[in-house]
Design a protein around this ligand. Structure first.
Ligand code: GLU
Length: 428
């Protein structure tokens, strides 16, 4: 496997060239604060004792406590978690949150565990890292294949260990356990707000816009649903096993109902709970990415568009709902073809933004309405989307470089405030 971390930090150098920034800032961001690897013992239902490898990487805490999700996936490794933590640092800065970046993961296929094994594993994770997290230290959240229930178990376990209730240690919790209204669909909704801005700027008529969505988990489902409700034509969707395509588009509510009730992605039309199969072509994930559509939304895992398939991408606009779906090398191919890419650190920042709102509500012990959460998310996404577009225009760069530069300015200010070489060097 290629080293993702050293690959992704190359983007820092590119962005640093277009702004005034102390080289020490870039230097600092190429190193992690801490990275932990540990194993979690779990008593399986069969009585057998199994060990699961787990990780937590804390990338940088200049702007505040580190923040980022925990994923459960068989391919989780340290290199991946480090890269994801780095993206969290950049993401939090881009949308002006008082957080640094972190990410964690367990190397496991959660679909193979019983609900009780999953609970023991999740509580086991917290037992191992309790000393290294906390509401003012490092705050986990959901990510790939983790959800509100898992966050609830984790918060409960942490509270038991420290012997008092600490809802602010984890975000993305169930509402009944201190979660925030509006957190469940926040990642998809944040991306949707970005797309609505594109709609204005590119003069789109939703009815004429054909969309392909790779990945039908939480974020993919919500962005597809919101776009569908606005009249966009969702012509293709996929999950880890493959996808479906039809040029007329699908009824997204039906696909979501089917996927969530039976765990199967199928082209269907449902009236209440009665679903009928509709005509569709079965496609692979590779084929979905190469479809001739107007908008491509990768919402699955990282490194889906690489040097090997970048030249096959036909969509003129890509909105990265997943973290890191486009490799650094592929960036250049897409730029040479004038593909507009709304980068992950902006497009999927809605999730961590509402996580921040949840953390604030936990700290003050007062809870907001869903309308208030959505309004705040909307204005924050709009403000930062416009700022990134302005940077793109002023510096004549692609949107990813603009977003990195925008985020770097904020971290740069904080690092400089603590003093860099010019302050500490001996005076003549
Ligand atoms: N896992 C999400 C992300 O990658 C959310 C992180 C959070 O809410 O802390 O942005």
């Amino acid at each position: 496997m290629t080293d993702i971390f050293s690959n992704v930090i190359r983007r820092l150098d590119k962005a640093a060239k277009i702004i005034q920034i102390d080289p020490e800032v870039i230097h600092q961001l190429k190193h992690l604060t801490a990275a932990m690897e540990f194993s979690i013992p779990v008593r399986m239902d069969s009585g057998e004792l199994k060990y699961f490898k787990a990780y937590r990487a804390q990338h940088n805490n200049t702007l505040g406590p580190t923040k980022g999700g925990i994923r459960y996936h068989p391919m989780v490794c340290m290199d991946e978690v480090k890269s994801l933590a780095f993206w969290m640092t950049m993401k939090c800065s881009v949308v002006n949150l008082p957080f640094g970046g972190a990410k964690g993961g367990i190397c496991v296929n959660p679909k193979e565990l019983s609900p009780m094994e999953l609970e023991r594993l999740s509580r086991g994770f917290i037992k191992r890292i309790a000393d290294f997290i906390g509401p003012d230290v490092d705050i986990p959240a959901p990510d790939v294949y983790t959800n509100a229930m898992i966050m609830g178990w984790m918060m409960d376990e942490y509270s038991k260990i420290v012997r008092h209730h600490v809802p602010g240690v984890i975000t993305g919790k169930p509402i009944a356990l201190g979660g925030s209204l509006g957190r469940e669909d926040a990642t998809g909704r944040g991306a949707y707000y970005c797309i609505k801005e594109l709609e204005k700027r590119l003069n789109w008529n939703p009815k004429n816009i054909r969309v392909a969505v790779q990945g039908f988990g939480n974020a993919g489902q919500h962005v597809a649903k919101l776009l569908f409700e606005d009249g966009y034509k969702i012509v293709a969707v996929s999950d880890s096993k493959g996808g479906v395509y039809h040029s007329d588009g699908f009824d997204i509510d039906s696909l979501i109902y089917m996927k969530n009730s039976s765990k199967i992605l199928k082209a269907v039309y449902c009236t209440e709970s009665v679903c009928e199969e509709v005509e569709a072509e079965k496609i692979t994930n590779e084929e979905l990415l190469a479809l001739d559509v107007d908008l491509l939304i990768p919402a699955a895992l990282e490194n889906q568009i690489t040097l090997s398939n970048a030249s096959e991408i036909k969509a003129p606009v890509i909105v990265e709902v997943a973290n890191g779906p486009i490799s650094t090398d592929a960036d250049e191919v897409l730029q040479s073809r004038d593909t507009l890419v709304v980068p992950d650190i902006l497009a999927n920042a809605g999730g961590v933004t509402v996580s921040y709102f949840e953390w604030v509500q936990n700290k003050i012990g007062y809870y907001w309405s869903e309308t208030k959460v959505r309004e705040k998310l909307h204005s924050s996404m709009l403000r930062e989307f416009s700022a990134v577009c302005q940077m793109k225009k002023d510096k004549k760069v692609d949107m990813r470089t603009a977003a990195y530069a925008h985020g770097l300015c904020r971290i740069g200010e904080a690092v400089s405030a603590q003093g860099t070489r010019s302050y500490f060097a001996p005076r003549e």
